[in-house]
Design a protein around this ligand. Structure first.
Ligand code: NAD
Ligand code: UDX
Length: 465
């Protein structure tokens, strides 16, 4: 297989954008073109001021500034980029299906299939096609089938190279990954294709961190990794409820078990519930796959991770209602944070959306401040749930751009995202301007409880009596 000099990536989203920017940064001799159908997104990636790129990730603006225009390009001309490239990454979205069979569970692979058909139509020279999107195990078989049966008789090799970056730390994770996983065919041609991709990553990743497997192990490992991570969060969250009934403190329990080197300290932070575009979608997909093989116990086992997460979000909203004397009707509840975690402007599946929806059902007036999430996004998130008309959402929920204004005259504050800046606010000033008694519901165990109590707040922290 020839040395790769030209890469195309279909999909300029949270994965395609950052991963290709880093590949371009580390391999200045390889031309990397990221393409997308979404013109506004591509225009934002091309904005001369890198502060306006469409994804907020610490450090990403600098990487883009270094490589863009040199060997990194963003374009809407998908055909041209496919035609020129020797290696094509597919990094399009694979959301949970919202229709037909598998609705609400299976991954919707229509965008993947469209990409495969487009590659087959356009390609005139041999290509290595790399699955970067998270896909159900054995998707490569379908991709291969489409390419080989509808193409122009060119040779294709399919690789699976799932992405393990976490949002908020994407650049760091890409610069220094725990591992890079590459799956491919066991044939000689398959191994050569794997080697071509290994040669790209080993420009900056130590060789022993680049794992190579067969296609199916690679595809399944991605779903498994997310399921294991989410399972840890649901496990500690399940115990947070028990802590609240017994006087144990969930952060002390997490520390105590996390120091066992077999358990380890990460992903044991109790919270209002995990969010993000991956965990729920990938576990639902895993459950669906297990059911489709008739593996009922396996499916039920993993489904419980989602059930526990839904329970945790609902429990938080219920706690607010119950504590505020069983009614939040017409009361102002200030939300600090809307993103699904700190250091990202992504709100997909954020716990804040569901907690807000529950409280809006109770006729609360919600006021939101998030340092990075735009007002339109917040309304779109709520409208997407379809619980009530869009007008009603706009009437009941107000978005603020100032943290002190959002808390002014509020009956309660709920911390939904662990943004660092929340810790440094003038909490005395916030207290003075709130209705009394002034409540704080800390869904992220972020704030100093003793300090807040000293000021006069009534504080609820997840996992503490
Ligand atoms: P995204 O929605 O941010 O980006 C996907 C992009 O693909 C969109 O901009 C869309 O317009 C574009 N697209 C869809 N079909 C297209 C087509 N036919 N031609 C050109 N462009 C097309 O999604 P994302 O968060 O980047 O996720 C992409 C994949 O990576 C998913 O499978 C996801 O599960 C996986 N993943 C995501 C993360 C994460 O942190 N977001 C991490 C690891 C893996
Ligand atoms: C996740 C995986 O970590 C990453 O490897 C994969 O590529 C994509 O999915 P991401 O969703 O971006 O990444 O963020 P992550 O840090 O995993 O957090 C997911 C959710 O779990 C967030 O809502 C976060 O707040 C929550 N979480 C995480 C907890 O509640 N407690 C924890 O201890 C860790």
């Amino acid at each position: 297989m020839t040395k790769i000099t030209n890469i195309c990536c279909i999909g300029a989203g949270y994965v395609g954008g950052p991963t290709m920017s880093v590949i371009a940064q580390k391999c200045p001799d390889i031309k990397v073109t990221v393409v997308d159908l979404n013109e506004a997104r591509i225009a934002a990636w091309n904005d001369p001021d890198t502060a306006n790129i469409p994804i907020y990730e610490p450090g990403l603006d600098k990487v883009v500034a270094e490589a863009r225009g040199r060997n990194l390009f963003f374009s809407t001309d998908v055909d041209e980029a496919i035609d020129e490239a020797e290696m094509i990454f597919i990094s399009v979205n694979t959301p949970t299906k919202t229709y037909g069979s598998g609705k609400g569970m299976a991954a919707d692979l229509k965008y993947i299939e469209l990409c495969a058909r487009q590659i087959a139509r356009v390609a005139k020279t041999d290509k290595i096609v790399v699955e970067k999107s998270t896909l159900p195990v054995r998707t490569a078989e379908a991709v291969k089938n489409i390419l080989q049966n509808t193409g122009n008789n060119v040779n294709y090799q399919i690789l699976s190279n799932p992405e393990f970056l976490a949002e908020g730390t994407a650049v760091e994770d890409l610069h220094s990954p725990d591992r890079v996983l590459i799956g491919g065919d066991t044939t000689e041609e398959g191994q050569a294709a794997i080697q071509a991709l290994v040669d790209i990553y080993t420009r900056w990743v130590p060789r022993d961190r680049v794992l190579t497997t067969n296609l199916w192990s690679s595809e399944l490992s991605k779903l498994t990794a997310n399921a294991f991570l989410a399972q840890r969060v649901s496990s500690i969250n399940s115990l947070s409820e028990l802590c609240e009934h017994t006087g144990a403190d969930v952060s002390e329990v997490a520390r105590a078990i996390g120091t066992d080197s077999r358990i380890g300290p990460k992903f044991l932070k109790s919270s209002v519930g995990f969010g993000g575009s991956c965990f729920q979608k990938d576990i639902l997909n895993l459950v669906y796959i297990a059911r489709s093989y008739g593996l009922r116990e396996v499916a039920d086992y993993w489904e419980q991770v989602i059930i526990m997460n839904d329970h945790q979000k609902r429990r938080f909203a219920n706690k607010i209602v119950k504590t505020l004397y069983n009614t939040v009707s017409s009361k102002k509840i200030a939300f600090l944070g809307w993103a699904f975690k700190k250091d990202t402007n992504d709100t997909r599946e954020s716990a804040a959306i569901y907690v807000a929806d529950d409280l809006l059902n109770e006729q609360a007036g919600i006021a939101v401040y998030d340092p990075k999430v735009a007002e339109t996004k917040i309304y779109d998130d709520l409208d997407y749930l379809n619980t009530r008309p869009s007008d009603a959402n706009k009437q009941l929920l107000t978005v603020y751009t100032d943290p002190y204004e959002v808390c002014k005259d509020a009956h309660a504050i709920a911390i939904l995202t662990e943004w660092d800046e929340f810790k440094d606010y003038d909490w005395q000033r916030i207290y003075d301007n709130m209705k009394k008694p002034a409540f704080v519901f800390d869904g992220r165990s972020l704030l100093n409880v003793d300090k807040l109590k000293e000021i006069g707040f009534k504080v609820y922290t997840i996992g503490r009596e």
